[in-house]
Design a protein around this ligand. Structure first.
Ligand code: MG
Length: 406
């Protein structure tokens, strides 16, 4: 790896050799068969001198998990769901179930854990990694949405960095790099593509199909997050994550629709200066950024962004009357305690019910709102209270009499 220096060619060569002989960063990927997991492996495959894969987990795609383990020579894997079994080759340890994710993090002794699981399942292994003092590259949004205060407190106490993979937070992370602590921020601005239903009215949304909702205009992602993008719940979650990751009040976090998805987010200082991060619409870039952090990798996969070819960027206000989930997210942070966990769990159930055809698209915000109204917090917000609120919301949203009212 070449570094900036003033000592002439000998210096460059010396650093280059040092870089090659450096120990490779040991990476564990939770959720390795999903889109973020696969792309993380691609970044690693492109930079074999920099990274080594030491642990992999999948929820149900066991065949693909076994292929990945063989390809990258991984000795510790976990089957987190009930998706089936795999004949473990000699010398490979297979951990199982939710506890298996924690055991995997323990066993593979990583330098960095990529948390790319879907949903609430990512919380316990994230807390375990923090406990062990291991850097966390976070793609799973539910971890910070449901338990942001707990996770960030634990990370601060242990001195662990949480590096954001999500394109918006990674953009903010890059824009804020080099900021002096006494430079006052006016606001952080998250960009949103607007999803497939941008510009539609409530009446038009009543009859949209699962297939239409799964057709995202700019990003290729898993099913859950694609639906979350269509309802703008995803952007609501990102407001909550931004609040936790960067310690900024929600009323200083704005959302602007930017359909081209080239500006990934922006910061604005009190003096009026705005800084933006731009890049091609591919998660390869933010993943490479966090895996290599605090260094930067060469990019052999993408042509430089051609701004002249792109021509124009546009911006518009999100319609919060139509896309009500954005408001629920802000409200959950204002209410605090276990409300964000209820928001998250209710959303997971609502999305699953929509995908199964049990409720319509507008049933998603309705079910979330009903769960938040029905929630009765007991005033505590420790891990037990969060687990209990999560369980309560899942059960409540699954009750037949609740669903039949939606
Ligand atoms: Mg995002």
């Amino acid at each position: 790896m070449l570094r900036q220096g003033t000592h002439g060619n000998a210096f460059w060569q010396e650093i280059d050799t040092c870089g090659m002989s450096q120990e490779r960063k040991r990476i564990c990927i939770l959720g390795s068969t999903g889109s973020i997991g696969e792309k993380s492996l691609l970044v690693i495959a492109d930079n074999p001198d920099r990274f080594e894969v030491v642990g992999l987990s999948a929820h149900g795609s066991v065949k693909r998990l076994a292929e990945q383990a063989a390809e990258y020579g991984v000795k510790q894997i976990c089957i987190a769901g009930k998706g089936g079994d795999v004949a473990a080759p000699d010398g490979v340890t297979v951990h199982r179930g939710p506890q298996g994710l924690i055991d995997l993090v323990d066993a593979c002794e990583p330098d960095l854990v990529v948390v790319a699981t879907v949903g609430y399942a990512g919380l316990s292994p994230t807390l375990r990694a923090i406990e062990l003092g291991v850097t966390v590259a976070l793609a799973n949004k539910e971890v910070l949405v449901a338990a942001g205060d707990l996770v960030m407190d634990a990370a601060r106490r242990r001195g662990v960095r949480i590096l954001p993979i999500d394109s918006e937070h990674n953009a903010l992370f890059q824009c804020l790099a080099g900021r002096r602590e006494d430079w006052p921020l006016r606001r952080l601005i998250l960009t949103a593509s607007g999803g497939p239903f941008r510009g539609r009215t409530r009446a038009e949304l009543a009859s949209v199909t699962v297939e239409e909702a799964l057709c995202h205009p700019t990003w290729r992602m898993g099913r859950k997050i694609t639906i979350d993008s269509a309802t703008l719940m995803n952007k609501g979650f990102e407001v909550i994550e931004t609040h936790h990751l960067f310690g900024v009040a929600v009323d200083k976090i704005d959302v602007v629709i930017h359909p081209q998805s080239v500006i990934h987010s922006m910061i604005e200082y009190e003096d009026g200066s705005m800084l933006a991060q731009l890049g091609v619409t591919d998660m390869y870039l933010p993943i490479a950024n966090v895996l290599a952090w605090p260094e930067r990798l060469p990019n052999r996969r993408f042509k430089p962004l051609n701004l002249a070819e792109l021509g124009a960027f546009t911006f518009e206000q999100p319609d919060v009357e139509v896309f009500r989930c954005l408001g629920f997210a802000r409200e959950a942070v204002r209410l605090g305690g276990t409300y964000p966990a209820v928001l998250n769990a209710a959303n997971e159930i609502a999305v699953a019910r929509f995908l199964d055809g049990e409720i319509g698209f507008l049933g998603i915000p309705e079910l979330i709102e009903a769960a938040m109204n029905a929630h009765q917090p007991d005033g505590t917000a420790d891990l037990n209270a969060i687990h209990a609120a999560d369980r309560w919301a899942r059960q409540w949203c699954g009750r037949r009499e609740v669903v039949s009212r939606i």
